[in-house]
Design a protein around this ligand. Structure first.
Ligand code: PEP
Length: 252
């Protein structure tokens, strides 16, 4: 039985004070959400304080990115995965489409980051997804499978239970345009098949695959009713405690 994960990606929003206020407002609203893992990803500068203030709650904290480097060194502006762990993060998001598009991250970058994050003991949320042009050309599955092959290269069996995938069609991120539950299910089932071929059917069966792309309180139930959708990576609707709590509490 796969435990769903509902993760909020706060992107480059919120000062430290705003991040703490949102996290503290969220805490009582999701306190009874035992059906899923609840994760929020504030900016680096808020991670330590937010994580401390959520100590003992059921909300875990994630980084939004990490360095490709496993150890400290002369890499101005970078933050290593083990440094995220050091300030209380349990998860890290890698390969988000905004990183790929705006910061030229490639599948090889994603692979290095994934390896660094695993080495530091973090759970890694690896994002994949096609653009609108790629979907319209009918190559969405090819794109996603090559992102999986490149981004997840070199994983060993013990790594697999610390990998979560997020299918985020680029055309649905921040656009208000959501994939239909059926479109998302079709790609999630495909990802699970690819994972089974690469690893094993047991590993594929245990893999959590989150959907991301304009998830809102009014579409989460339809998405979560699909057999291969194991949670959501939520951007815009995670910025307010009330709307994110409604998504987390989709079962009630
Ligand atoms: C995201 O940032 O991962 C995301 C899915 O954003 P949004 O929910 O705003 O589309």
């Amino acid at each position: 039985m796969r435990k769903p994960v509902i993760a909020g990606n706060w992107k480059m929003y919120k000062t430290l004070g705003d991040a703490v206020d949102t996290a503290l407002a969220l805490k009582p609203l999701v306190a009874n959400a035992n059906h899923c893992e609840v994760v929020i990803a504030p900016v680096f500068t808020a991670l330590k304080t937010v994580s401390d203030r959520l100590e003992g709650s059921n909300i875990k904290v994630s980084g939004q990115n990490c360095s490709t480097e496993k150890s400290e060194g002369a890499h101005t502006g970078e933050v290593a995965a083990f440094m995220l762990r050091d300030v209380g993060a349990k998860y890290v998001i890698v390969g988000h489409s905004e990183r790929r598009q705006l910061y030229s991250e490639t599948d090889s970058t994603v692979s290095f980051k994934t390896q660094a994050a695993l080495a530091s003991g973090l759970i890694v949320i690896v994002c994949v997804g096609e653009s609108l042009a790629q979907r319209e050309q009918g190559i969405a599955e090819n794109v996603v499978s090559s992102q999986l092959n490149g981004g997840l290269s070199g994983l060993t069996a013990p790594d697999l239970d610390r990998i979560i995938l997020a299918y985020e069609p680029v055309w649905a991120i921040g656009t208000g345009r959501t994939a239909t539950p059926e479109q998302a299910q079709e790609m999630h089932a495909f990802i699970r098949r690819v994972f089974a071929e690469r690893h094993s059917s047991g590993a594929a069966e245990a893999l959590r695959i989150l959907y991301g792309g304009s998830v809102k309180p009014d579409n989460i139930v339809g998405l979560m009713s699909q057999p291969d959708i194991d949670g959501a990576l939520v951007g815009g609707a995670s910025l307010q405690a009330e709307s994110f709590a409604k998504i987390v509490n989709y079962k009630s």
